[in-house]
Ligand binder design. Structure first.
Ligand SMILES: Nc1nc2c(ncn2[C@@H]2O[C@H](COP(=O)(O)OP(=O)(O)OP(=O)(O)O)[C@@H](O)[C@H]2O)c(=O)[nH]1
Length: 261
């Protein structure tokens, strides 16, 4: 599948229609992803459909997003038949900021963000209409709550409708030792996941590319088939990559169909 993609870039959180991975590709002569690897490359029309699920507008019907609750034990979450995706990563990597950006069209939903690592102590659930649920997890590493391991492992091993885990890695810092431990855990649990590089606005192009290539190499060797081969690159500060990620989540949760997939 070809990876050409037309990006219409604006500096607005909900309007940044750009694939930062392909922007980076313009500066390297070798393909970042090989021809054989799966690529998520929706058309502009498909992106608009995906984004409409997040904005709450779908055809003539409207829906809203809401906060469901906070849970310190991964086994205590309310049962649901809706598909779910969760966001895992080091403390301060930008999980809550990304969820806030994904739910940008719903200012009534307050996602608490802090510059202090370890701010998110519980699993926080957000629901978009009656379509899917987003789960913000506590961060690992600095400021990690004592309940982290039990809570997150219970969640990952028991959640029936978990369709994908997003493992967030800081695009400016790159992979850390704790990220490698998280990759091992996901592999051990057989969890399907996708890597998301955050804070790409902070990283210079060279650093971002170096960190991205390292992640691709490690995920190829460590993760095998449980890791989706295309990482997503995002900035919650300027919205780059967010619409593409919204579309991917809408696709994973069965809300939109993407031609060729
Ligand atoms: N420049 C930049 N800063 C970001 C971005 N995303 C998050 N931040 C900042 O990073 C800090 C941590 O963001 P959070 O979203 O609270 O991170 P978290 O992963 O939920 O953190 P924990 O609660 O510790 O697990 C905040 O100061 C954010 O403003 C981004 O895309 N770009």
């Amino acid at each position: 599948m070809s990876i050409s993609f037309r990006g219409i870039k604006t500096d607005h959180c909900s309007k940044s229609f750009v694939n930062p991975l392909l922007e980076l590709q313009r500066f390297v002569s070798v393909p970042i992803l090989s021809e054989q690897q799966d690529v998520f490359n929706p058309t502009e029309d498909e992106v608009m459909k995906g984004v409409s699920f997040f904005s709450g507008l779908r055809g003539s019907s409207k829906h809203s997003a809401r906060f469901i609750g906070s849970y310190s034990d991964g086994g205590e979450l309310p049962e649901s038949d809706l598909p779910e995706v969760c966001f895992l990563g080091r403390s301060n990597v930008g999980k809550s900021s990304l969820i806030s950006c994904l739910l940008f069209a719903h200012p009534q939903v307050r996602v608490s963000v802090s510059s202090k690592p370890g701010h998110t102590k519980k699993l926080n659930l957000y629901r978009v209409g009656s379509h899917f649920t987003l789960v913000d997890m506590p961060g690992y590493g600095h400021g990690m709550p004592p309940s982290f391991q039990h809570s997150v492992e219970t969640y990952l091993s028991t959640r029936r409708r978990l369709c994908r885990t997003f493992l967030l890695v800081d695009g400016d810092t790159g992979l850390t030792g704790t990220d490698l431990t998280a990759l091992d855990m996901l592999k051990e649990f057989g969890i399907s996941y996708v890597i998301v590089l955050t804070k790409i606005d902070k990283a210079g192009r060279h650093k971002l590319l170096t960190n991205l290539m390292k992640i691709l190499e490690v995920s190829r060797h460590k993760a095998g088939h449980t890791c989706f081969s295309q990482p997503f690159l995002v900035s919650s500060k300027n919205g780059d990559g967010v619409m593409l990620l919204q579309t991917f989540i809408a696709y994973l949760t069965g809300c939109v169909q993407i031609k060729g997939l």
